[in-house]
Write a protein that binds this ligand. Structure first.
Ligand code: ADP
Ligand code: MG
Length: 292
């Protein structure tokens, strides 16, 4: 039978929109020494918006955007949705029909058209060297502002750069401070580049970050953190976060997250409220003292 202290902890949490899928997870929450956070949609709102569009000299703006949108139209990534919305806002509603499209999670999307292959994605996807030199390193400057940089490439090389801003949740910084007060180490995991990751980590208040962390590397990172620090929780929202949520001692999903994340998690923040994590851990510690 489930002990009264456990039941009372579960119901106290439930009242505050924190759903534990069993008493054992409440127990684990009280032992957390480190927490890994996904960046996009967890520390940030997950609603990126295009804020800069920079072209190679002589490139045709409409043509570049048309190709980019015709590729992104086939991706469900939040960045893709933002780029499609941006084009619509600019009055560009036409779409080309790519012969073939390939979406590589955490990297970018490529499409084949009559005029050859186009790519939309991160620096490594279009060539690190060229990305770095594009328009005198403009990408680095945009990234240092915490923006996500997406390159557009045709058969001749990079033709443009889109920068997208995804606002940090207003409650993120306070939530991180409350966790640090309990002596918990905070790590941000992101597939984004180094400069963007550094800027967002600083604004969020986490202790450290891992940039260019591909979706399949997030679970590995969780195991590394456990070895180094101890009992570890992972907080995420995306389909890509599911393996990391499963690898953690406590998987935490944002209530607004994907079905897979919600299903895999041990604890769900029904209202997406990050400050609830520190409160839940406090209650769990109290429960562990009573149960022992
Ligand atoms: P995060 O970990 O921040 O949620 P992802 O792992 O999903 O980010 O993606 C990492 C990077 O890969 C993005 O910052 C972007 O540069 C690139 N990328 C991924 N998907 C796309 C896409 N559909 N269009 C453009 N770029 C993409
Ligand atoms: Mg995410």
């Amino acid at each position: 039978s489930i002990m009264p202290a456990v039941l009372s902890a579960i119901s106290a949490n439930a009242k505050r929109g924190i759903l534990f899928k069993g008493g054992v997870h409440v127990e684990h929450a009280g032992k957390i020494k480190a927490i890994a956070f996904d960046k996009t949609g967890t520390l940030t709102k997950g609603k990126p918006e295009v804020c800069d569009f920079i072209l190679r000299e002589g490139a045709n703006k409409d043509d570049v955007l048309l190709h980019a949108v015709s590729i992104e139209h086939h991706s469900t990534h939040p960045l893709a949705e933002a780029i499609v919305a941006y084009a619509k806002e600019k009055g560009s509603t036409r779409l080309l029909n790519p012969i073939q499209v390939q979406d590589t999670p955490g990297v970018g999307v490529k499409g084949r058209f009559d005029d050859g292959e186009w790519r939309v994605g991160q620096a490594a996807f279009v060539g690190e060297q060229e990305a770095e030199h594009f328009q005198n390193g403009v990408a680095k400057k945009l990234a240092a502002e915490g923006k996500t940089v997406v390159f557009i490439q045709d058969t001749n090389g990079i033709v443009g750069v889109l920068a997208l801003r995804d606002e940090i949740r207003p409650e993120t910084l306070a939530a991180m401070k409350a966790l640090q007060k309990q002596g918990i180490q905070l790590v941000m995991l992101t597939g984004d580049g180094e400069e963007t990751a550094q800027a967002i980590a600083e604004q969020s208040g986490v202790d450290r970050y891992v940039s260019r962390c591909m979706p399949d590397k997030k679970a590995e990172e969780i195991k590394r953190i456990r070895q180094e620090i101890g009992t570890v929780a992972m907080v995420g929202d995306g389909i890509n976060d599911a393996p990391a949520l499963a690898a953690a001692d406590l998987g935490v999903a944002m209530g607004g997250g994907s079905d897979v994340a919600l299903e895999t998690a041990d604890m769900v923040l029904m209202k997406n409220e990050l400050p609830n994590i520190a409160d839940a851990i406090k209650r769990s510690k109290k429960m562990n003292r009573i149960v022992k």
